[in-house]
Ligand binder design. Structure first.
Ligand code: PEP
Ligand code: MN
Length: 378
């Protein structure tokens, strides 16, 4: 949690006015039929057999929101000697799936040869996986081979929570002339597996959207969750954050899947999941907007007061620092910090603030107080 907070801090405070200017992106609605919101991409983690691909695709085609069929053919596995995908033969299965269902097809490409094979078989959309996006050399190679090709490309976030690296990959493709671009948020690797397989760190796709307005961002709840139970809440959260769509892995027999079995669901279960999603509007009626505006004004006023108090607090911290310096006293007195911490934690809890929030808030105020006193000591 502390890491998330620091990231938020870093992005929001250092880049708040900065926006990328050089992007030329065609809106999603201009190249993809998105009549049934949310727009969903689905299909197996890996294509395994002709029958599995066709059976899954036919079942998915019955769900109106599913517009694109996905399947991994070249699988970037953590360890060798595991199933690494069926390769090029799978492209023929996808061609057949498109012919039988009318769904568009999408495949992960990691090498220029993959791109060439996909273009030869007229795959509709390509995507770059998280393990490729971490490497600018690989992304550049793919961008080179895509020069002058009119094909949509989706870019997953890199494994590590680095918004600039994600933007850099999108930029390389855009500079090569790819204008039908989509970002896919699939969460970020964190060495400690807590609730999620990959931490969502929602602030990062939000920052991406802010930095590149007009870039469609969709969410991949399958790779964030790593399990079936979390797919619904993660999908709902993505919609509530105004994401344009979802990529969810499905398999006609999920338990038998050769990759990512724990997170795959049947097409029927996907239909149920989509039906339970609450689609909220991003704007309400006049009455709603007026009331919202009044509440927002109150928040603005309180934030100004909050900042004023913090500024006054820091001034006193400065005075304390000066006083300590004159008397040759160390900056940190552990006992005082510990007393403050427990006192404020109790005080805040009593007035309804969550412990988690208080822990982060007190920590960040304390760090800034120390930094300020260090400045004075230098
Ligand atoms: C996938 O979509 O199957 C995949 C390998 O995803 P990621 O690149 O997000 O790990
Ligand atoms: Mn997968």
């Amino acid at each position: 949690m502390a890491a998330t907070f620091l990231l938020l801090d870093l992005f929001t405070f250092t880049c708040s006015k900065y926006m990328e200017k050089q992007f030329d992106i065609i809106p999603l609605k201009d190249w993809l039929p998105t009549d049934n919101f949310p727009f969903v991409i689905s299909g197996p983690c890996s294509a395994e057999t002709y029958d599995q691909v066709l059976e899954t695709a036919v079942q998915l085609a019955a769900i109106p929101q599913v517009k694109v069929f996905r399947a991994g053919l070249w699988k970037p596995r953590t360890r060798p000697s595991t199933f690494e995908g069926v390769g090029e033969i799978g492209l023929e299965w996808l061609t057949e799936a498109r012919k039988q269902t009318g769904l568009l097809t999408t495949v992960e490409v990691a090498r220029p040869e993959h791109v060439e094979a996909c273009l030869k078989h007229k795959v509709d959309i390509l995507w770059l996986g998280a393990r490729t996006v971490v490497n600018p050399f690989s992304v550049q190679e793919l961008a080179e081979v895509l020069k002058g090709v009119d094909i949509p490309v989706m870019v997953k976030n890199p494994l590590n929570p680095d918004v600039s690296l994600w933007i850099g990959a999108i930029e390389r493709l855009n500079k090569s002339g790819i204008r039908k671009l989509v970002a896919i948020h699939r969460g970020f690797y964190y060495y400690h597996h807590a609730l999620y397989r990959n931490q969502p760190m929602w602030e990062i796709p939000i920052e991406l959207q802010r930095r590149i307005p007009g870039l469609p961002v969709i969410c991949d709840p399958s790779h964030i969750s790593g399990c079936r139970e979390l797919l619904l809440p993660v999908s709902q959260k993505a919609l509530d954050l105004e994401m344009a769509g979802l990529m969810i892995e499905t398999h006609c027999s999920p338990d038998k899947a050769l990759t990512d079995a724990h997170q795959q669901i049947t097409p029927k279960e996907l239909g149920g999941l989509i039906a339970s999603l609450v689609v909220r509007q991003c704007k309400g009626d006049m009455e709603f907007e007026t009331k919202l505006e009044i509440l927002r004004r109150e928040i603005d006023k309180m934030d100004a007061e909050l900042l004023d108090i913090l500024s006054k607090r820091m001034k006193i911290v400065g005075e304390i620092g000066q006083y300590k310096k004159e008397n040759n006293i160390t900056i940190l007195q552990i006992q005082r910090w510990s007393d403050i911490f427990y006192d404020r934690l109790n005080l805040g809890s009593r007035i309804g603030l969550s412990r988690e929030f208080l822990l982060q808030l007190l920590q960040i105020i304390h760090e800034e107080s120390i930094r300020k006193q260090e400045e004075i000591m230098d």
